[in-house]
Write a protein that binds this ligand. Structure first.
Ligand SMILES: Cc1ncc(COP(=O)(O)O)c(C=O)c1O
Length: 458
């Protein structure tokens, strides 16, 4: 079955996977499989799971300079860490600030959708704020969005799309002055930025030591190279974590006391995570980050030399995105796919045009010259194609698609654009071009309908 998957093991995939090589992979596999059966649900029955978590969270707090008061929890991923952070913020506000009846959070357009998901789950209102031309949050605009119902502000370190670190110090000062919580989303940066900074990259202060920062999410299953299912939510003031914990003994069964969302919890992810952190250590991560920084610098320089392409913002690390004013970037992604590479399409939104995202990992580093060669060839070929860069979607269809429910839209799509809604398409560029011109809420409806049809029982 894996034959149809993206070829990550060949180092040709620039998203979704984090591969530190066969030795690291083997170690994680062995540690993980020792804990297939243990249940992290009950730390009194499985004190070894507790011990592993205490050590892993201790290392995370140390790396993020949390200080002696800091506490945290091991979670299944960045999204769970963010969900818990916002649930904690909401329940704390309910407890301490009775005048807050419609709590909101202030978040830049570049903030990860996990925060919007948390708002949807926990009935919080997101207040979205535009970013500057370098895709950085604008402190004055963020401050202007705060009102008497605001419970928390979000900063990204970095944002996923463009790899940009927000001005965390300025935002922290604002959060402290307004006495609101401040979550730094370090999900993708937590195991990368500290080492990139140590290597001399120009990265502003971003961690728990920054005044005003109250909580921070960081993932191990990204640049920590742990098996998937490994992240953390950290609080500078450990007391706050009590709002995160759910307890229920008022029934006929065992007492449920869950610090995180899952109840029954495999010991695998925490064991794999503990093993890789100890195995690689600071020196190992430094070495990996150095490889990624060098490879990224090479790609960024080469892309900026290609006539039709440019890198968005001013990236300092291994996450960045490329766009074009003249060629169709979605077609570029597909042409690269035909050559065995995966780069990730991102739709235009607010001041960010349609683009392709790259997360450059250590396993990509040895293949960078080949990648640059193929990217250059595809870019040149697309420049020759006269029609490139224009949307194939006639404006009247775009207007028609603006009405209607997800089901209607899908039906209209299959009739007008010849797209079969019930199977994965061979090439995605026509679909992406079409989705790119639709308002985000309309494309969300379409994608819900599409995914709802995709998962059929066999
Ligand atoms: C900045 C940021 N926040 C949150 C997330 C969500 O993490 P996950 O996919 O582990 O739930 C990601 C994922 O890439 C991310 O880059």
């Amino acid at each position: 079955m894996k034959g149809q998957d993206v070829p990550w093991a060949a180092g040709r995939v620039f998203a979704y996977v984090y591969d530190a090589g066969p030795e690291a992979m083997d170690l994680v596999t062995r540690a993980y499989s020792k804990y297939l059966v243990e249940n992290g649900l009950d730390p009194t029955s499985f004190p070894s799971c507790l011990a592993l978590e205490k050590q892993v969270i201790g290392m995370a707090i140390d790396l993020q300079e949390g200080g002696p008061d800091a506490r945290g929890s091991f979670t299944s991923g960045g999204t769970e860490s963010i969900l818990l952070s916002l649930k904690t913020a909401r329940d704390r506000a309910r407890d301490l600030y009775p005048h807050i009846t419609q709590p909101n959070i202030v978040i830049a357009d570049t903030g990860h959708p996990a925060f919007l998901k948390a708002c949807a789950y926990f009935d919080l209102k997101p207040v979205r704020v535009g970013v500057d031309e370098h895709f950085r949050a604008v402190p004055a605009a963020m401050e202007a969005a705060i009102d008497d119902q605001t419970i928390l502000m979000v900063g990204s370190a970095p944002s996923y799309a463009h790899g940009v670190v927000d001005p965390i110090e300025e935002l922290g000062e604002i959060a402290a002055r307004h006495e609101i919580l401040f979550h730094v989303d370090c999900c993708v940066g937590g195991m990368y930025l500290p080492f990139a900074k140590e290597l001399g990259a120009d990265i502003p202060a971003f961690n728990l030591s920054v005044p005003g920062v109250t909580q921070l999410s960081m993932d191990f299953h990204k640049w920590g190279y742990a098996a998937k299912g490994a992240s953390s939510i950290l609080y500078k003031h450990g007391d706050m974590r009590k709002y995160q914990i759910f307890a229920w003994s008022g029934w006929v069964g065992y007492s449920v006391i869950n610090p995180t969302i899952s109840s029954t919890k495999s010991g695998g992810p925490i064991a794999g995570c503990w093993a890789i952190l100890n195995h690689l250590g600071r020196d190992g991560y430094l070495e990996l980050v150095e490889k990624c920084q060098t490879a990224s610098g090479k790609i960024i320089a080469a892309v900026n030399e290609m006539p039709a392409l440019r890198v968005l913002g001013n990236p300092k690390i291994n996450l960045f995105s490329i766009t074009s004013d003249t060629i169709d970037v979605f077609a570029l992604a597909e042409d690269m796919k035909a050559k065995g590479w995966y780069i990730q399409p991102q739709f235009g939104f607010a001041n960010s045009p349609a683009n392709l995202h790259l997360s450059v990992g250590a396993s990509n580093a040895p293949h960078v010259d080949d990648f640059i060669r193929d990217l250059g060839a595809c870019e040149a070929a697309l420049r020759q194609r006269a029609a490139a860069g224009t949307s194939t979607l006639p404006p009247d269809i775009a207007t028609a698609l603006n009405g209607g429910s997800g089901g209607d839209l899908i039906a209209m799509l299959s009739q007008t654009a010849g797209i079969d809604p019930d199977k994965l398409p061979d090439r995605m560029d026509d679909i992406n071009k079409l989705l790119n011109v639709l308002p985000a809420d309309v494309r969300d409806q379409l994608m819900v309908e599409f995914v709802n049809r995709l998962y059929v029982n066999q």
